[in-house]
Unconditional design. Structure first.
Length: 68
């Protein structure tokens, strides 16, 4: 099982990870803001994460970590 984590303070909510995720389990949390005023991404169902790291690879802000 893989574990995907987002560093909310680094995330700008660009949505690239949302589009890249083959399982479609990443969303942008519009209800919260980080210190810079952005809505960060979040994995909605970690149990469904396959650890492909597409989100990690596409993130321009290096805000995502995927561990197996």
């Amino acid at each position: 099982m893989a574990d995907m984590k987002v560093d909310r303070d680094r995330c700008k909510g660009c949505g690239l990870c949302v589009e890249a995720c083959p399982k479609k389990i990443i969303t942008i949390r519009r209800d919260i803001r980080n210190q810079k005023g952005y809505s960060p991404a979040e994995c909605t169902d970690v149990s469904q994460c396959i650890g492909c790291a597409m989100c990690f690879l596409i993130c321009p802000d290096c805000a995502i970590k995927v561990e197996k």
